[in-house]
Design a binder for this molecule. Sequence first.
Ligand code: PAN
Ligand code: ZN
Length: 190
Amino acid sequence: MLDLPQLITRYEPESGKIIGAPSVTRRLSDLRGCFADTKAFEAALAADNPVLYRVGAVEPGVGAGDLHYGVGLLMPGRIGNEYYMTKGHLHSWRDAAEIYFGLTGEGVMLLEDEASGESRMVPLLPNQAVYVPGHTAHRTMNTGTTPLTYIGVYPAKAGHDYAAIAQKNFRCVVIERNGRPTLVERTQLT
Ligand code: PAN
Ligand code: ZN
């Protein structure tokens, strides 16, 4: 059915919303367990509980060939020397890949192959797309000083599995070192 509201939406990267679609807002308190520096996390949370990111998503279909998409707004900031980040997840349907399109700001994505643990940090920048293969945990970080905005497109049946990340987190962290985002094994943090 070619219903116009299903065919076209207006997205607002500056608010992290898609008009007429639901959105999720994550505050610092929702990211408990994500940041390596737990002391810095608790100190920051005691002072304030800022919004870290918002994602508006259009999730119309459920068919095998259907697609969903979302717009993300991730604020700049750090906890200790770790950048503000998304929770990160695997897709419940592990085969599901995703494409991220950078809109504004400067960020990176942390990608981790579920089977091998191989990790990679890739830039998420305006006019660039990042292909996230299936079976790959993905987390986004704002490494700049302005809001990072992006669009993600994924299969309708991808689903979000947060449990695996909540349990063991990512193997690597992205920290600011000498003014630059640097990928470090969690076990190597001092
Ligand atoms: C994105 C993410 C978005 C927020 O739309 O959902 O960046 O990150 P978390 O879902 O990890 O909180 C996506 O990857 N969807 O599949
Ligand atoms: Zn995803």
